[in-house]
Design a binder for this molecule. Structure first.
Ligand SMILES: [Zn+2]
Length: 292
């Protein structure tokens, strides 16, 4: 499946990421409806990482334009009081709009999408609040039944015989693939947390560790930790608006050249709406560190 990912993300101002294949919106910052236009009607599930305004302020317009018959389904961290408050406010402010569905998620909750796909929520360290769940990150997974390894090289006829004799479940196993990981805001990239993810969308608010604040990531740490993963692509978002595009590009290229990660790196620059990110030219590609 070719994943179509469109995003806009500027730290402090607005962050949203639309995974068109699944009708999934990850966070809903200001401007999401204006930028997606008619495509905003394709949003069926909204997974919000936390209640900071730059991740939720697009919900009002999205709801006003598109809510109908329980769609979109809006998911949020269970212990954030802001979301029930928003739900009540939306109902009063836009009584003519259809109703979305609002669901609080605990850490490790799994939400089924269409077919073999699902979204897993996990606790994020962006907001530390004891046992309360106030920030989540999300992983889009697929679960497919495939032949067990020992049967894979058998001729079709033998497999059919085995299936008839032993049943489907005896010769197959459920394989989970982690297609896309989305950090939301995070203090750092934890490699173990994202192990096995194919495409990682991670924040990198600051280019230098020394300017980093504890609840946000910095580029050197993100790239070092990401290099330990077997990714197909890394998409960096949520850069601070203090950096120009050229500064961000130069920092990624210089740092990636010394780490030589074996996956391409894409970046969403402050103020930019990047359409179909994986079809765009990466900032850095393996074996071509001399780009630009
Ligand atoms: Zn943010």
């Amino acid at each position: 499946m070719r994943l179509i990912i469109t995003a806009s993300s500027t730290a402090l101002f607005a962050t949203w990421v639309f995974i068109e294949n699944f009708g999934v919106l990850l966070d809903a910052g200001d401007g999401v409806s204006a930028c997606l236009g008619q495509k905003s009607r394709k949003v069926r599930h909204v997974f919000v990482t936390h209640a900071d305004r730059d991740h939720i302020c697009g919900l009002l317009q999205l709801n006003q334009l598109n809510a109908r018959d329980g769609i979109p389904a809006i998911y949020f961290p269970q212990d954030c009081g802001s979301f029930p408050a928003l739900k009540d406010f939306f109902a009063k402010f836009d009584p003519q709009s259809g109703a979305a569905t609002w669901t609080g998620l605990q850490a490790d909750a799994v939400v089924n999408l269409k077919g073999e796909f699902s979204v897993e929520a996990r606790k994020s360290n962006h907001v530390i609040a004891g046992d309360l769940c106030k920030a989540l990150d999300y992983t889009i997974c697929s679960q497919r039944r495939t032949l067990k390894t020992e049967y894979r090289n058998l001729p079709g006829r033998e497999i059919a015989e085995l299936r008839a004799a032993q049943g489907e479940e005896a010769i197959t196993e459920v394989r989970t693939e982690k297609l896309i990981g989305y950090s939301g805001d995070a203090p750092e990239l934890e490699s173990e947390h994202w192990d096995g993810v194919r495409i990682l969308i991670h924040e990198a608010t600051f280019l230098e560790p020394e300017t980093a604040r504890s609840s946000h990531s910095n580029l050197p740490q993100v790239l070092r930790a990401a290099s330990k993963l077997q990714l197909e692509a890394l998409i960096l978002i949520h850069f601070s608006a203090r950096y120009a595009q050229e500064e961000i590009e130069a920092a990624i290229r210089t740092q990636a050249a010394s780490l030589s990660p074996n996956f391409p790196i894409f970046a969403v620059y402050p103020g930019e709406v990047k359409t179909d990110i994986l079809a765009s030219v990466p900032v850095w590609e393996p074996n071509s560190s001399a780009i630009g």
